[in-house]
Ligand binder design. Structure first.
Ligand code: AMP
Ligand code: ZN
Length: 672
């Protein structure tokens, strides 16, 4: 092979293998056998060893691509990643401004930026390619998370435009938009995984994952806000952030150039009021002296630059008394401690309760009854206890001890290895679990039964009308008694019975999800029903068969086996079957909602912030659209998200296929 041919072969392999990785990890639709994939990867590795000068930054040999690495390499930062001086009060900003004027005079400008609430990241580029991504770590050394960061579509792997230094470092904040956070966190809750407290934790947890394929599934974003180079071609921060935009980096559109402190305060007040409208969390604003020469004049303290400061918005905080702790039993039996507080005004609402997460959190806080505690309302919806004032502890107060039996049914609690939560194992006899299961079954994401709500389920349970999901389907026999419950008029009873009747048409995957089997969330239910087609083959499946299904791991398989081992569950399923519910995949699965998309063909690619691909598929099909499996001239629309495979993009462009966003799709459906 000539050198030219070598290079060509290597480029082709990189492209092809990346596409296969994408098919496998992102689309979950591999088109090559593992063996063939490994052969090609080996060939590429060999060539890279012989011709290291041709190695591409984008090469799959440089990524983990789903394999587990044991840990991250530690890397020393070329320029230490300092923190920012920060303050919560405006007087400190005036003092900051005065200090600067003393040092450099009055002729300077500030750049005002939002303070994004994520995790900071240092990215090094060499010859226009992403070379390395390192976390802040302790400021001098951080973790090399390059393989994970390479899956983030908003961070360019190759730069566009021109004028960038041969080598430079750029820093920014990796974060997750709230909509993505809420959707993915809900999926975690549905799958009985521990949810994250806020988008920042979700983003930070994601970057530290050992599995890059999982990182690729979680949409992250990154705003860049510092450029470092031995020979920085720009004179000001403002110029550099606009230049980096032309190189393909994402910068925040709200950044402002301010001539004086008054303009800075305007910016601060504006965003204090409007920050809820942003699609991501911020916890303050950052003020930077614009000119690099003036920055150099001002210099650094040991911990932070003298030319920048962060003004933080107050996470609303208040002190109050912990009255008691109650323990709530959820639908899956998880027992969650909740603090009952002496009512206190916080961020405009009266707060009476705060979450304590789990037993470890109680231990960590070392809580006693009647303790004076600090509650905080940050990005989270439910306030949390952030500290205890031990000086105010009441003498002789009782220590709060997490119970070892279920507060609702008295069963001994169990804790699964590696999990923080304790569970009540009595799933068929513990009242809140029974009610929670039925409520889950009727919920919008499961059977979506109109005319029935959570409270009604509770009332019915308390009055002895329902104890199992299957009892819902005998309610019509009890109409007269229900009327006597005097809360329900004829009309609402009719609505409810109609809703229940209609639910018999809900597809098998919704039914399976509705049963509330631990770890069987919406997506898993779809995967399982698509594979096994009907409940009998699912119930008869062995561990091996279950785990052979895409995305079904040991934990889910064990949970399913355990569920079907219980005769009471089998009886339930039989009764639901008799009632006429769907326990097999029907040929005409989708119920048409409209025909707005009829005659049009679609393909979905990439990841989306607000929807899963399955949800989008369901939406298209429900509105009469047809899904295609690949890009061809027959395709009308490509619904494109983040992290789309490069070859797919190219093909779509070549064939001139319109690429639309999820928003575009929704407006097609919603237009009249
Ligand atoms: P702190 O963690 O309170 O010391 O604040 C410093 C951190 O703020 C930095 O390490 C960044 O992660 C973060 N940050 C968020 N937005 C910005 C921004 N616009 N400019 C600089 N730092 C920022
Ligand atoms: Zn219980």
């Amino acid at each position: 092979m000539s050198l030219f041919e070598v290079k060509e072969r290597m480029d082709a392999l990189v492209k092809e293998l990346n596409q296969h990785n994408y098919n496998y990890y992102v689309l979950a639709q591999p088109t090559i056998s593992d063996y063939d994939f490994d052969q090609k990867l080996k060939e590429l590795e060999e060539l890279e060893k012989q011709y290291p000068e041709y190695q591409d930054a984008d090469s799959p040999t440089q990524k983990i691509g789903g394999e587990i690495t044991k840990e991250f390499q530690t890397v020393r930062h070329k320029w230490p990643m300092l923190s920012l001086g920060n303050t919560y009060n405006e007087q400190d900003l005036r003092d900051f401004d005065t200090r600067i004027r003393k040092a450099i005079g009055d002729n300077f400008e500030y750049v005002c930026e939002l303070k994004f609430d994520g995790l900071s990241m240092s990215l090094t580029y060499r010859d226009g390619k992403l070379y390395r991504a390192v976390t802040r770590g302790d400021g001098t050394k951080g973790d090399d998370v390059t393989s994970n960061v390479k899956t983030i579509n908003k961070i360019p792997k190759k730069l566009t435009g021109s004028g960038y230094p041969d080598e430079f470092e750029i820093r920014g904040e990796i974060f997750m938009h709230r909509a993505a956070f809420e959707r993915l966190n809900q999926a975690r809750i549905d799958n009985d995984e521990v949810p994250y407290a806020n988008p920042r934790n979700f983003a930070a947890g994601t970057i530290k994952l050992q599995d890059s394929a999982e990182v690729a599934r979680r949409p992250l974003d990154c705003f860049l806000y510092f450029l470092y180079a031995d020979k920085n071609p720009f004179k000001t921060h403002w110029d550099s952030i606009h230049a980096v935009k032309s190189w393909g980096f994402h910068i925040c559109e709200h950044t402002r150039l301010c001539k004086n402190l008054d303009e800075v305060f305007d910016f601060i007040h504006y965003w204090d009021e409007h920050r809820e409208k942003l699609s991501y969390d911020i916890d303050g604003i950052v003020l930077k002296v614009n000119s690099y020469a003036q920055q150099a004049e001002l210099g650094f303290t040991a911990k932070s630059p003298r030319w920048a400061i962060a003004y933080k918005y107050k996470a609303e905080e208040a002190e109050t008394i912990l009255e008691s702790v109650s323990y709530q039993v959820g639908r899956t039996g998880a027992v969650t401690p909740v603090a009952n507080l002496k009512p206190v005004l916080l961020a405009g609402t009266t707060v009476k309760r705060a979450t304590l997460h789990n037993a470890n959190e109680i231990e960590r806080l070392d809580l006693y009854e009647k303790d004076t505690v600090t509650v905080e309302k940050g990005g989270e919806i439910i306030p949390k206890i952030t500290g205890v004032n031990t000086l105010k502890r009441v003498a002789g107060a009782k220590k709060i001890i997490y119970p070892d039996t279920c507060p609702e049914c008295g069963s001994n609690l169990i804790r699964k290895e590696g999990e923080a939560a304790y569970y009540c194992p009595n799933d068929e006899g513990c009242p809140p679990q029974i009610v929670g299961k039925i409520q889950h079954f009727i919920s919008r994401k499961a059977m979506n039964i109109d005319g029935l709500g959570d409270e009604t389920i509770e009332t019915f349970y308390r009055n002895g009308y329902i104890e199992h999901i299957s009892d819902l389907y005998t309610l019509y026999e009890k109409q007269d008694e229900l009327r006597s419950l005097n809360r329900f008029g004829d009309k609402s009873i009719k609505n409810m019975l109609d809703g229940i009747e209609k639910s018999k048409q809900m597809p098998f995957d919704k039914v399976l999800f509705g049963l509330g089997i631990r770890y069987v969330g919406e997506t898993v239910a779809k995967k399982i029903t698509a594979y096994f087609k009907n409940i009998d083959s699912l119930m008869n499946a062995s561990f091996e068969e279950l785990t052979s299904v895409d995305e079904i791991g040991d934990r889910i398989a064990e949970s399913l086996l355990e569920y079907f081992k219980d005769q009471r569950h089998i009886d339930q399923i039989n009764q639901l079957r008799q009632a006429g519910l769907q326990f097999e995949v029907s040929e005409t699965e989708t119920v048409l909602v409209s025909d707005k998309l009829s005659g049009k063909t679609f393909l979905i690619s990439g990841v989306f912030e607000r929807y899963s691909r399955d949800e989008l598929t369901a939406l298209i099909e429900a509105n009469g659209g047809k899904m295609l499996s690949g890009i061809s001239a027959k395709l009308n629309y490509l619904v494109a998200g983040d992290n789309m495979g490069p070859s797919k993009l190219e093909k779509a462009r070549k064939l001139n296929i319109p690429m639309i966003s999820d928003d575009d799709l929704l407006s097609m459906i919603n237009q009249n």
